[in-house]
Design a protein around this ligand. Structure first.
Ligand code: CP
Length: 311
């Protein structure tokens, strides 16, 4: 597998990437901090369209920052109400339009399968910036990058993934990506109504990954090497009353972290609501703000590889 194999490719699902692809992206991301300070413009003249038809702070701004850092240009839809999607335009027509303005499109859309559909219609590469409850592959890549930085090695590590495992797209992409690291063990911690999807469990089983499902973080906190907290996805619930029942299911506190086997890293894709108390921010466990910067590096690497920037 060479760097050139990403040239012109779309990133729709983490499942489309093998272990060598993941390693290559993480290696390229390592080089990007230097690029930021070098003044080089490997993507000078290239245009990225950020088509965000669902709210975002980190994904959109980090992709935009990444493109600027590489010397490229950005055009943006940041509010679905300000695009013609609000007038009933189909996603395929939107893509057939935006491809005329840009060399690559990053899309966030509330519908599962939206990024795959966009890639089918687009003549330029598509990057999935979050497709409904389904997947968020670039988040998984920055999560892997952060885990690798913090734990030195992902192989053989035990990771607790906590919160909304049913609707949390970052969880789905992370679980698939961890399954490429053979000796990883995953503890899925959720309320019964928000358990990890059956198809993901089936894929993990096929990949030979050991995983456990529990309902209490204190059951696993002493044995894991890292904790990945997630928000309960209020916007995905059909009934607000169902959300109310689970919204405070897990709150990670500084006190609870006294039970870990050391200064284990706590990750979170963010935004957080109340699932990590603010007193955790002052501890060595808190790496969720480092994740944000890592996201710029990983997205720089992806854009550069797909658009063929010379560094
Ligand atoms: N992690 C993440 O996807 O954050 P945003 O929703 O702010 O983009």
């Amino acid at each position: 597998m060479t760097e050139r194999s990403f040239l012109g490719k779309s990133i729709v699902s983490i499942r489309d990437l093998d272990k060598e692809d993941l390693d290559l992206i993480l290696q390229e991301a390592e080089k990007m901090e230097k690029i930021i300070h070098s003044g080089k413009k490997p993507l000078d003249g290239k245009i990225m369209a950020a088509l965000f038809l669902e709210p975002s702070t980190r994904t959109r701004l980090s992709f935009e920052a990444a493109m600027h850092r590489l010397g490229g240009y950005v055009i943006t839809v940041s509010d679905p109400k300000s695009s013609s999607a609000a007038k009933g335009e189909s996603l395929s027509d939107t893509i057939r339009t935006v491809e005329n303005y840009s060399d690559i499109i990053v899309i966030r859309h509330p519908m599962e399968g939206s990024a795959r559909l966009a890639a089918e219609f687009s003549s330029v590469p598509i990057i999935n910036g979050g497709s409904g409850s389904e997947e968020h592959p670039t988040q998984a890549l920055l999560d892997l990058y952060t885990l690798k930085k913090e734990l030195k090695n992902i192989k053989g590590k035990r990771i607790a993934i906590v919160g909304d495992l049913k609707y949390g797209r970052t969880v789905h992409s992370l679980a698939y990506s961890l399954s490429k690291y053979k000796d990883v063990i995953i503890d899925f911690v959720s309320p019964p109504s928000l358990k990890i999807r059956e198809e993901i469990k089936s894929d993990l089983t096929d990949a030979g990954i050991e995983f456990h499902e529990v309902e209490s973080l204190s059951e696993v906190i002493a044995r894991v090497d890292s904790i990945y907290m997630t928000r309960i996805q209020k916007e995905r619930f059909a009934q607000e009353s169902e959300y109310e029942k689970v919204k405070d299911a897990f709150v990670l506190t500084k006190k609870l972290l006294e039970n870990t086997k050391g200064s284990i890293p706590v990750l979170h894709p963010l935004p957080r609501v109340n699932e990590i108390s603010y007193d955790v921010d002052e501890t060595n466990h808190a790496v969720y703000f480092k994740q944000i910067f890592n996201g710029v590096l990983v997205r720089m690497a992806l854009l550069n590889m797909i658009l063929g920037g010379k560094i």
